[in-house]
Design a protein around this ligand. Structure first.
Ligand code: PEP
Ligand code: MG
Length: 601
């Protein structure tokens, strides 16, 4: 029976596909299709893995010390029984044979099906056997990952979703970490639904950067949606329709076609300069997570990179943080790809909802902090790991010998942090001099994402060349709302007058002091705020590459001076959003949009 779920719309567009349910702990298994001719070999991989696990379990049983409790041996019997049960390995073969899933994916798909059946069992003893089943599957996945006993993956035979001819797929999970989300870039999934998460959580940000429809905070989604259900994800409305009727699917397909056509039309603006109706030139920059994203930034017409979230190089590395040379290569790749356009590399912003996987003492403290968003994160973390920080600074300075590089410091709140950062930079340069390594000049900027930095901006700006406003965190810290917590997502409001006043104040102060100012939070890529930000005097916006043409279209239709004249009125209003709409309606009445259309054509 068809039903709807409501969550937060975080990434635009419509995706229609069959649900693949994945528990968070199993998100890191590879998901790919195997070619039809390789299906039997993939099944053989599964068989080899099953035999290897059977040998492992038998050996454990044999080696049990004499004094071991009898339950332990009985438990191993249960594991062996589960391993050979047709509902596990037999049904897993079905996913490989019929759907061409790789063995790991097929196993986790079947585990999701069985886990649900266990959850519904009346008998408590039987219900608890779910944990045993999970352990058996973890063992199988372990053998497959290690490639023991001929179970190594057939990655060379991977086929794309299009080649596979299979039904399109969407991923449904309780939660997806930002780093896991990144791994799904270019994967088989056309859309995402999660139970938890806020609109500007980093998972949502990564989903947006992938430009595929996503809904987060859909509460019970992973419980109510079943493996293989057909699902429509409306990433604009935040709605998920489960088991839709054919008529509903047709309707959404038509809407999707229409939206795709609209976007294709917008693409024509890619190489036009972003200039307002009254002739103000605006710089449109891109936010990226990986050096490889620079290509998308260029293709979208970005004038540079306004935010390279370098922490994504540090995540999911099993504690092996990238060394100086590895980082240097990553930064240099981005810098060279941008052909002389500026690349703003933000120093590592780990913490809050972006965790490293293996924990150092400091990270451990952070992990167990009661309020990680208020804890050891961003520049605080970097300053607590001075050797790591200098290593990153050296890598960035070296990349600056290959193009125009700017360093951006996240979450600045104290002048002492600023001074320590400048000292670290001086030492990093010194170390490069001592080692005789080449490096280039860099501009250094601060992120304004804590109200303290906005309120004392003149003092902060004495030390920096530019500022970039991180509205995602500025909203979080101004309103005391955890941006990743869907329970308070309704209070996370970028239109809050206090937030807008801090943004306006920051832009005005930086302009007055002749320092570059940009917005790199999600507000920059949201067309609802474009006119207002232009009216505040902002002339540099940084966003996901996929948003650039949409924002450019807005800029081309905006009379910035008219919005500047209305700015006090909007900022002073109890409901700035409503006031903004009134100003926009007045502009339309004056015919600004018509002028814009005529001049853009
Ligand atoms: C921000 O806080 O607005 C920002 C751009 O940084 P991040 O989203 O990575 O915290
Ligand atoms: Mg931030």
């Amino acid at each position: 029976m068809s039903f709807q779920l409501f969550g937060l719309p975080v990434s635009r567009g419509i995706a229609i596909g069959r649900a693949v349910l994945v528990a968070s702990s199993r998100l890191d298994v590879a998901h790919y299709y195997v070619a039809a001719k390789d299906v039997e070999t993939e099944i053989e991989r599964l068989r080899s893995a099953r035999d290897a696990v059977a040998r492992e379990l038998a050996a454990m049983q044999r080696d049990l010390p004499i004094e071991a409790p009898a339950e332990l041996s009985a438990l191993l019997d249960v594991h062996l029984m589960l391993l050979h049960d047709d509902t596990l390995t037999g049904a897993t073969k079905h996913w490989i044979r019929e759907r061409h899933y790789n063995a790991e994916w097929a196993l986790s798909a079947q585990l999701e099906v069985l886990a649900r059946q266990f959850d519904e069992m009346e008998d408590e003893y039987l219900r608890e056997r779910k944990a045993d089943l999970e352990q058996v599957v973890e063992r199988l996945l372990g053998v497959l990952a290690r490639g023991d006993d001929g179970a190594s993956p057939l990655v060379s035979h991977v086929v794309t979703p299009e080649q596979s001819g299979e039904d399109p797929l969407v991923l449904v999970a309780g939660d997806i970490s930002p780093a896991d989300m990144l791994r799904f870039k270019g994967s088989v999934f056309l859309g995402f639904v999660t139970d938890v998460g806020g609109k500007t959580s980093h998972t949502a940000i990564v989903a947006r950067s992938m430009d595929i429809p996503a809904v987060v905070g859909a509460r019970e989604a992973s419980r109510l949606i079943r493996q293989d259900d057909w699902v429509v994800i409306d990433g604009d409305a935040g709605v998920v329709i489960v088991d839709p009727s054919p008529a509903v699917i047709d309707e959404y397909r038509a809407v999707k076609r229409q939206r795709d056509l609209g976007r294709a039309g917008l693409a024509r603006l890619r190489h036009l300069p972003a200039v307002t109706l009254d002739g103000q030139r605006v710089e449109l920059l891109a936010n990226i997570e990986q050096p490889g994203d620079a290509g998308a930034a260029l293709a979208a017409g970005a004038a540079g990179i306004g935010l390279f979230r370098s922490e994504f190089l540090f995540m999911n590395r099993d504690g092996e943080l990238p060394g100086e040379d590895e980082q240097f290569e990553a930064y240099r790749t981005a810098v060279e790809a941008m052909h002389g356009r500026p690349v703003t590399i933000r120093t590592v912003d780990i913490g809050a909802d972006k965790a490293l996987d293996r924990m150092s003492a400091n990270e451990l403290r952070h992990e167990h902090a009661l309020n990680p968003a208020l804890g050891l994160r961003a520049i605080r973390w970097s300053l607590s790991e001075p050797a790591m920080f200098r290593q990153q600074l050296r890598a960035i300075l070296r990349a600056a010998a290959h193009g125009r590089v700017r360093i951006l410091i996240p979450m600045v709140a104290h002048l002492s942090e600023v001074r320590h950062t400048i000292d670290a930079l001086t030492r990093a340069r010194q170390q490069l001099d001592d080692a005789g390594r080449a490096y280039g000049p860099v501009e250094v900027g601060a992120m304004v994402e804590v109200p303290a930095a906005a309120l004392m901006l003149p003092a902060v700006l004495r030390y920096f060349d530019f500022v970039s406003i991180g509205t995602n965190d500025l909203i979080q810290y101004t309103l005391a709302i955890d941006r990743a917590d869907e329970a308070v997502a309704h209070l996370y409001n970028a239109w809050h007058p206090a937030v807008l006043q801090l943004v306006a104040q920051t832009v005005a102060c930086a302009n007055r002091l002749h320092k570059d100012v940009s917005v790199c939070g999600e507000m920059a890529g949201d067309p609802a705020f474009t006119e207002l930000l232009l009216g505040m005097g902002l002339r540099s916006f940084s966003m996901h590459p996929s948003q650039i043409v949409t924002i450019k279209e807005r800029i081309l239709a905006t009379d910035a001076s008219r919005w500047a004249a209305a700015i006090e009125r909007v900022l002073g209003a109890d409901d700035p959003e409503h006031e903004c709409q009134a100003v926009a309606a007045e502009c339309v009445a004056r015919g600004d949009a018509l002028v814009a259309t005529a001049s853009a054509v």
